[in-house]
Design a protein. Structure first.
Length: 205
């Protein structure tokens, strides 16, 4: 069986996939994106495979429409149900879709799925304006469901006051910060990932 690390975020398009790729490389892990909504462009699984060369598991749900999973699935007459973590050899990086409260089906949210998995979760947050509110709301929602939280990773330009405030109020450690990379390559990702606290992540596996 695998030891899984779940990646969620405070919003969509904030860098979860880039961070997931870096973590997959650093841990020499397998990668799984359970639900992919939107197939016209390179999918997150394809991005991670290209950047890492690591095993990527097939998505359980591949939905054509780039929208909230519950809406994209309904358009195709599909109902998303709870998914077990797949067995793999070694670590498994699991990337969620959008934010923690994205609905998968009706009132079944991604946070509810994470509660069923009971694997440690890393919250990915922007450093931009508004991140304190978004981050703390995300963390409260996960804690209300007894989701185990490992820490927070920040993406973007360094904003020490916001980063410190989030970690202090939430009583969660910062696992580091990645800048927004102008050109996302494997070498650039490996170089920037030296700022991430991998010791804490590895201790959770």
């Amino acid at each position: 069986m695998s030891s899984a690390i779940i990646i969620t975020g405070t919003d969509t398009g904030i860098g979860k996939t880039v961070f997931s790729a870096g973590l997959t490389l650093a841990l020499q892990a397998s990668y799984w994106k359970p639900v992919q909504a939107g197939l016209d462009e390179e999918t997150d699984s394809e991005t991670v495979a290209r950047l890492t060369g690591r095993p990527t598991l097939p998505e359980t749900y591949r939905l054509k429409l780039p929208a909230s999973p519950h809406h994209a699935a309904a358009r195709e007459g599909i109902r998303i149900t709870a998914m077990p973590l797949p067995p793999v050899d070694g670590p498994l990086v699991v990337e969620g879709a959008g934010g923690a409260l994205v609905p998968l089906d009706g009132s079944f949210l991604y946070a509810d799925q994470m509660a069923k998995w009971q694997a440690p979760v890393i919250v990915v947050a922007r450093t931009a304006l508004g991140t304190i509110n978004h981050s703390l709301l995300t963390i409260e929602a996960l804690r209300a469901r007894r989701v185990p939280l490992l820490g927070i990773v920040f993406i973007g330009e360094g904003m020490p006051d916001s980063q410190h405030s989030i970690c202090r109020i939430a009583a969660l450690p910062s696992l580091g910060r990645l800048p927004c990379l102008a050109n996302v390559t494997r070498s650039a990702l490996e170089q920037e990932f030296s700022a991430i606290d991998l010791a804490t992540v590895k201790a959770a596996l």
